[in-house]
Design a protein around this ligand. Structure first.
Ligand SMILES: CC(C)(COP(=O)(O)OP(=O)(O)OC[C@H]1O[C@@H](n2cnc3c(N)ncnc32)[C@H](O)[C@@H]1OP(=O)(O)O)[C@@H](O)C(=O)NCCC(=O)NCCS
Length: 185
């Protein structure tokens, strides 16, 4: 499965990305992104075996984000709950290498399309550390609704942080699409 999207904002050149299934040979790239000090404060890195399992298990979708003129590897996305009988799919993780260039927004739009159109999600949800204002802003601008706050749910290097839970329902996605807020190429 390969899905693509381009996004345009008033502030920047449109970013074009596509998602393709992650392969074993991509895992060095994935692990190095997770260990990058610009990402570590916002994620809980996995062992290689966890990524290997996520590539294999039908309940997971593990994607490489390809972007830029050469469609080089620009990041990765992991979805969980893809076979959920509740049709509740989690955006488990999204990390991009070159931040602030629109790849995150474009990849999120593809991930929404995959979750709702391809995997039949009724609810697409995520949690994000409270200190991660960049990701929270992105999710809010992309239509995710605040559900609540799990107080001090995760350990950090300097104490604890809370998790902000956000979600989008299929009807909300359909409404955004009808209003032209979900631009897919
Ligand atoms: C979060 C992340 C995926 C976003 O991807 P990105 O490519 O950097 O984001 P984009 O360039 O698409 O920006 C999308 C929006 O985020 C917001 N944003 C970007 N940088 C920001 C910052 N420094 N502070 C607050 N909001 C910011 C803006 O609203 C921006 O859109 P706008 O410029 O039109 O207003 C990426 O920064 C990342 O990999 N971060 C580290 C890992 C992480 O936090 N992952 C998410 C939790 S699992």
């Amino acid at each position: 499965m390969t899905a693509t999207a381009s996004t345009a904002t008033t502030a920047r050149t449109p970013a074009r990305v596509r998602l393709r299934p992650t392969m074993q040979s991509d895992l060095d790239f994935v692990l190095s992104l997770e260990q990058d000090e610009s990402n570590l404060p916002f994620i809980t890195p996995w062992e290689r075996t966890q990524h290997e399992a996520a590539i294999r298990f039908p309940d997971f979708r593990h994607f490489i984000i390809e972007g830029g003129a050469g469609l080089d590897a620009a990041g990765f996305v992991i979805l969980i709950g893809c076979r959920s009988p509740h049709q509740s799919i989690e955006l488990k993780r999204m990390v991009v290498h070159d931040k602030g260039q629109g790849y995150g927004r474009a990849a999120l739009r593809v991930a929404k399309k995959v979750a709702f159109d391809d995997l039949g999600a009724h609810r697409f949800w995520l949690d994000v550390k409270e200190r991660n204002s960049r990701a929270q802003t992105l999710y809010a601008h992309e239509g995710f609704v605040l559900e609540g706050r799990l107080r001090d749910a995760v350990r950090t290097s300097d104490g604890h942080d809370s998790l902000i839970v956000m979600s989008m329902l299929a009807a909300e996605f359909a409404q955004r699409r009808a209003q032209g807020q979900e631009m897919f190429s």
